[in-house]
Design a protein around this ligand. Structure first.
Ligand code: ZN
Length: 911
C-alpha cells in the first residue's frame, strides 16, 4: 500500500516536473533585473551565458554547451534549442545533416527518407561586432520564447527544426564594450570603447571566414558549422544610424558565382519572410538589396557550405542611449522616398535600443519560423546543393599543388586552411600528367567535384570582379569589401588549375602534415636555411631568444652541390641551434642544410635580440592584425606607448613599425586625455610635436622605421622621404567615398544628380559618389582589394627570399615615384611591371601603376626606413609577401659584414 502510494506520488511528481520547472523559468526581465532594451542598460555577457544555462536547467527544450575559451579567456557557448524529442535524438539528426551534406553513394530514395526524418538546423548568432549591442539583448528574448512559449507557432518551430544559438560570436568584445560602458557612466569619458573590440582584429573579426586565424572563428567553424551542418546561418548586425532602420536580404550584386543558385534564392526567400513579418507588425524602415554584396568568402563561410547567408543589419543608437535626429526630433530618420526595396520609410526622429531589440526578435523569429514551416524543402535544397557539387562536371576539373614548393610552411598552411574548411585533399602516390604537365608523386590534387567544391573553387581560382559602374563609363560601384582572395597567390604557393579530367593514383589525405625534413649532423661552419620560407623567421625568433648568432648571405652561392639564394640564413652550429632548427623543420617542413666551410660571400649579421616596437595606435585594425602576426612568429616586440617618449627610444627599440592606418594624428594627438581615463589609455595618448620630432631623430640617429600602406605617407612626412604619390588620390573603396571618373562632357552637377537620382535606388550613396566625382574630375584609379603583380630586386635584403615576380595585395593603397634628393638615398625594392599588373580582383586605371615603385628602402642619416606602399600583410592573409615586412624589420638593425668577417660565424657556435 505504502509502496503503491509512493509510486503514485512519484508518477505524479514526474508528470508535474515540466510544469514545475517551467514555473521556475525566469523571464529575461526577472533574470536581468530590467526589461531588455531599456535605455542605457545592457545585459552583460557572463550573465547572458548564465541565462542560457538557466533556460537549460529549468526547461526541457534547451541544451547548453561550453564550446571553448576565447582569445581573452571568456566562454564561447552554444544553446541548442528544439523539442525534447528532437534533442533526445540530436546525434541522429546531426548524422542526417552530415549525410545530406555528402550525398555520395546515396540513392534518391535514401535521400528522400533522410529528408522525411531530418530536421533543418538554424544557426543564429549575434554581436560579432561588439558595439552592435542590441542583438545581444534580443537573443535572450528569442531563447526565452523558444524555451517557454506554447503557441502553435513556437511548437511548430520546436517540432520541425533545431535552433543553434550563440549569444555572441565575439564574447571578449561584449565584455570590453559593456564593462567600459558601465565604468564610464556618469563621467566625462567617452562611453564607447576606444580601442579594438577584439584583441587582435577588431571589426575585421567578420573578415576571417576563409583564413580562420582567430580562436572565435575556429570555434564557430569547427564546433558548430562543421559539426552540425546547419542549413542556414543568420548573422545579426547593426548598421549606421542615418540609413534604413533594417537591412534584410536579398543582397546587392555582385555575388560569387560559386554560390549555388538555390542559396541565392534561399537568402532572398528568408530575407523577404523577415521583411514581411516586420511590415506586418508595422515596423517601418525595412530595406533590402542595398549596401551589402555577396562577393568575398572572408565574410561568408556558410554559402560555400550549403547554406544561405542571412545578414540582418539594424540601425544603431548611441550604443545603448537613444539616437535623436541632429536635424530635429520631429525630422524623420533615414531616407523618406518609398521604393520597391524600401516600401515604408521610418516616420520618427528618434530611435531607441528597445526598437533594435524588437526588430531583432522579429527577424530572428521570422527566419526560424520560415525554415521550420518549410522543413522538408530546406533539407531537400540542402541536399540538392551538395548533390550538384559532388556531381560537378564543369571546369575546372581540379587544382594541383605540385610537390616541390618554394615555401613548405606556406604550402602546409594553405592546405590546412582548405582542410579546416572541410575540403577533401588527395595526394598522388605516383607521378602523373595533367593539363599537359608532369607532376611528381606527393603532389596534392583538389577536385572540384566534392561536397565543398564551392569553397575549394572560390579559394583556388582567380577572381574576375565584374566591372560595375554607376552608369556606363561612370564611377565604379564600390564593392562592400575586397575583390580578390586567390589563396595560392596570397600564400606564395604554386597551384595549377586543370580544366579537363585526368587520371592519377590518389589517396585521400587524412591529415595535412608538413613536408618531411631532415637535420644534418653538426656542421663545422654553419647551418643553412633558404630565405624562401617564412619558417626562417620562426627559427630566427627562437634562435635570438637562445642567443645563437644568425647571419644572412648577401649574395647567392653554391655549396654541397646546391644553389643558395641571397638572404640564406646562416646559423652558428651551437647546440641550441640544432634543437631549435629541428623543431622548426619538423613543424614547417623547411629544409635545413649544413656546411663545413664559409662560402666566401659577404653578409649581414642579424642584430641579436632585435627589439621591435609596434606603433599600434588605438583602434587601428592593421596594428591589431600585426600584433597577432608577430605573436605567431614569436618576435621580440612591444607595443609602442606614449610613455616610451619620456625616455630614449633607441634604448628600447631597434625598429619601429607603423601599420597601415597609423596617421600623423594618431601619433601627435592620439586619444584625447580629457575623454579617456589615463590609467587605462595613457599608452595611446598623443606625443605632441616634440614626440614627433623625437621619432624622426630616432631614425636619423641609427634607428629603423618600417611603414606599411597608408602609413607610408606618415613616414614620408616624418622623415621628408624623397617619394611622391603616383596615383590619383580618389581611390578609396566603400560607398563611393571618393571614387572618381573622367567626365565625357561637362554637365552641371545638379543635372547629373537629378538624372541619377531618378535612375538609381540608393540616392544617398550615389550623391556622395557624385560629389567626389565633381571634386576630382580628371582621373580614375580604383583598386578595392586586389592582387597586383610586383617585380622584386631579390638581391636587396628587404626582398630576400622573394621570387622575381609575385602579386602583392593592394587595398586602396598607393604607388610612388622617387623624387630627386641629396640627403636621403632611396632604393626601389619592388615595382609594378609595365604590363599585366592585375592578377586577381578588380583594377581600374592600371596605366597609373606601370613601372611605379611599391617598396622603397632609404638610408636616412645613420638610420634606415623602409616603406611598403601596398599592404603586403593585409589582414595577415598574404603570407607570400609578409616576409617583405619581416625582412624590413630585421634589415635596418643588422650589420654588414665582409666575407672575411663571416668566417667568425663558425667559431661562434660554441655557446
Ligand atoms: Zn556589424
Amino acid at each position: 500500500m505504502r509502496s503503491v502510494r509512493s509510486a503514485l506520488i512519484l508518477v505524479l511528481l514526474l508528470a508535474l516536473a515540466p510544469a514545475i520547472a517551467a514555473a521556475q523559468t525566469q523571464t529575461p526581465e526577472q533574470f536581468f533585473g530590467f526589461k531588455l532594451g531599456t535605455d542605457g542598460e545592457l545585459a552583460k555577457y557572463p550573465k547572458v551565458v548564465e541565462y542560457l544555462q538557466h533556460l537549460a536547467k529549468t526547461t526541457d527544450r534547451v541544451k547548453f554547451e561550453m564550446l571553448g575559451k576565447t582569445t581573452m579567456n571568456n566562454d564561447y557557448v552554444l544553446a541548442i534549442i528544439s523539442s525534447p524529442q528532437n534533442l533526445a535524438k540530436l546525434d541522429r539528426l546531426t548524422e542526417i545533416n552530415r549525410r545530406l551534406a555528402d550525398p555520395r553513394g546515396l540513392s534518391e530514395q535514401e535521400a528522400q527518407a533522410l529528408i522525411a526524418e531530418g530536421r533543418p538546423f538554424y544557426f543564429l548568432y549575434a554581436t560579432i561586432h561588439s558595439t552592435e549591442v542590441g542583438n545581444g539583448q534580443a537573443i535572450n528574448i528569442v531563447a526565452h520564447r523558444l524555451a517557454t512559449d506554447n503557441s502553435p507557432a513556437v511548437r511548430e518551430i520546436l517540432d520541425n527544426s533545431v535552433v543553434l544559438l550563440t549569444p555572441s560570436q565575439n564574447p571578449d568584445g561584449q565584455v570590453l564594450v559593456l564593462d567600459h560602458w558601465y565604468k564610464t557612466k556618469g563621467t566625462s569619458y567617452n562611453r564607447v570603447y576606444p580601442d579594438l573590440y577584439h584583441k587582435y582584429v577588431g571589426h575585421d573579426d567578420n573578415r576571417d571566414w576563409f583564413m580562420f586565424t582567430q580562436v572565435e572563428t575556429r570555434l564557430n567553424v569547427e564546433k558548430v558549422q562543421n559539426r552540425f551542418k546547419p542549413v542556414i546561418t543568420h548573422d545579426m548586425h547593426q548598421q549606421g544610424t542615418m540609413n534604413s532602420r533594417i537591412f534584410v536580404p536579398p543582397f546587392e550584386d555582385p555575388f560569387d558565382e560559386n554560390m549555388h543558385p538555390i542559396l541565392r534564392i534561399g537568402q532572398a526567400t528568408v530575407g523577404q519572410a523577415m521583411a514581411q513579418a516586420l511590415i506586418a507588425e508595422g515596423k517601418e524602415g525595412v530595406a533590402w538589396k542595398e549596401g551589402y554584396d555577396m562577393w568575398t568568402p572572408a565574410r561568408q563561410y556558410m554559402v560555400y557550405h550549403g547554406q544561405p547567408r542571412i545578414l540582418t543589419e539594424i540601425a544603431s543608437v548611441n550604443l545603448a542611449d537613444p539616437f535623436v535626429n541632429p536635424a530635429g526630433k520631429d525630422k524623420p530618420l533615414g531616407p523618406q522616398e518609398p521604393r520597391w526595396n524600401f516600401p515604408m520609410p521610418y516616420s520618427k526622429g528618434e530611435w531607441k535600443l528597445a526598437q533594435i531589440v524588437d526588430y531583432g526578435v522579429t527577424v530572428a523569429m521570422a527566419g526560424i519560423q520560415h525554415v521550420a514551416k518549410y522543413r522538408a524543402t530546406w533539407l531537400e535544397n540542402f541536399y540538392k546543393v551538395h548533390r550538384d557539387w559532388v556531381n560537378w562536371k564543369g571546369t575546372p576539373y581540379a587544382f594541383v599543388v605540385p610537390a616541390a614548393q618554394r615555401d613548405p610552411m606556406a604550402t602546409k598552411e594553405m592546405l590546412e586552411i582548405l582542410e579546416f574548411g572541410d575540403v577533401e585533399l588527395h595526394r598522388a602516390t605516383a607521378p602523373f600528367s595533367a593539363g599537359g604537365k608532369q607532376y611528381p608523386a606527393g603532389s596534392v590534387v583538389v577536385k572540384v567535384a566534392q561536397p565543398y567544391g564551392a569553397f575549394a573553387k572560390t579559394m583556388l581560382e582567380v577572381q574576375h570582379y565584374p566591372d560595375l559602374r554607376l552608369f556606363p563609363g561612370g564611377p565604379p560601384e564600390p564593392p562592400y569589401d575586397v575583390t580578390a582572395h586567390t589563396l595560392w597567390m596570397l600564400m606564395g604557393v604554386d597551384v595549377d588549375q586543370i580544366e579537363q579530367p585526368f587520371d592519377a593514383q590518389l589517396e585521400l589525405m587524412k591529415q595535412v602534415t608538413p613536408a618531411a625534413s631532415t637535420l644534418p649532423s653538426k656542421p663545422k661552419y654553419a647551418y643553412l636555411v633558404g630565405p624562401e620560407s617564412n619558417a626562417g623567421f620562426k627559427a630566427l625568433a627562437e634562435l635570438q631568444k637562445a642567443n645563437v648568432p644568425v647571419y644572412r648571405a648577401a649574395k647567392g652561392f653554391e655549396a654541397n652541390g646546391k644553389s643558395f639564394a641571397p638572404g640564406t640564413w646562416m646559423i652558428a652550429p651551437a647546440p641550441a641551434a640544432a634543437k631549435i632548427l629541428e623543431t622548426v623543420a619538423k613543424e614547417t617542413g623547411v629544409q635545413v642544410h649544413g656546411i663545413d666551410r664559409a662560402p666566401g660571400v659577404d653578409g649581414y649579421r642579424v642584430k641579436p635580440g632585435t627589439r621591435i616596437g609596434l606603433y599600434r595606435g588605438a583602434n587601428v585594425m592593421p596594428g591589431g592584425w600585426m600584433m597577432w602576426l608577430f605573436e605567431q612568429y614569436g618576435f621580440n616586440f612591444q607595443v609602442v606607448s606614449a610613455e616610451d617618449f619620456k625616455g630614449d627610444l633607441a634604448a628600447k627599440y631597434d625598429t619601429i613599425v607603423f601599420p597601415s592606418g597609423l596617421l600623423r594624428q594618431n601619433i601627435v594627438r592620439g586619444l584625447d586625455p580629457a575623454r579617456n581615463d589615463p590609467k587605462e589609455w595613457a599608452w595611446a595618448f598623443g606625443v605632441g610635436e616634440e614626440g614627433w620630432k623625437k621619432l624622426g631623430d630616432f631614425v636619423r640617429n641609427g634607428g629603423t622605421l618600417v611603414a606599411v600602406g597608408s602609413s607610408v605617407d606618415t613616414a614620408r612626412q616624418l622623415l621628408d622621404l624623397p617619394i611622391e604619390k603616383a596615383l590619383p588620390e580618389a581611390q578609396r573603396r566603400r560607398f563611393g567615398a571618393a571614387a572618381a571618373a573622367e567626365p565625357k562632357e561637362q554637365v552641371p552637377a545638379s543635372e547629373v544628380e537629378r538624372q541619377l537620382k531618378d535612375a538609381f535606388s540608393s540616392p544617398a550613396r550615389l550623391m556622395q559618389t557624385l560629389r567626389d566625382r565633381v571634386a576630382e574630375p580628371e582621373s580614375l584609379f580604383y583598386c578595392p582589394g586586389s592582387l597586383l603583380q610586383n617585380e622584386f630586386d631579390t638581391a636587396h635584403p628587404v626582398a630576400f627570399g622573394m621570387p622575381e615576380a609575385w602579386p602583392v595585395f593592394f587595398e586602396s593603397d598607393q604607388a610612388y615615384r622617387i623624387r630627386p634628393g641629396f640627403d636621403i638615398d632611396a632604393h626601389v625594392v619592388s615595382r609594378y611591371p609595365r604590363e599585366k599588373i592585375l592578377r586577381s580582383g578588380w583594377l581600374l586605371g592600371e596605366e597609373y601603376l606601370r613601372d611605379q615603385a611599391n617598396i622603397v628602402a632609404f638610408r636616412v642619416g645613420k638610420g634606415t626606413a623602409v616603406t611598403l606602399g601596398s599592404q603586403v600583410d593585409y589582414r595577415t592573409q598574404p603570407r607570400g609577401t609578409i616576409k617583405l615586412l619581416f625582412n624590413a624589420l630585421f634589415y635596418g638593425p643588422s650589420t654588414e659584414v665582409s666575407a672575411a668577417q663571416m668566417q667568425r660565424l663558425g667559431a661562434s657556435g660554441t655557446n
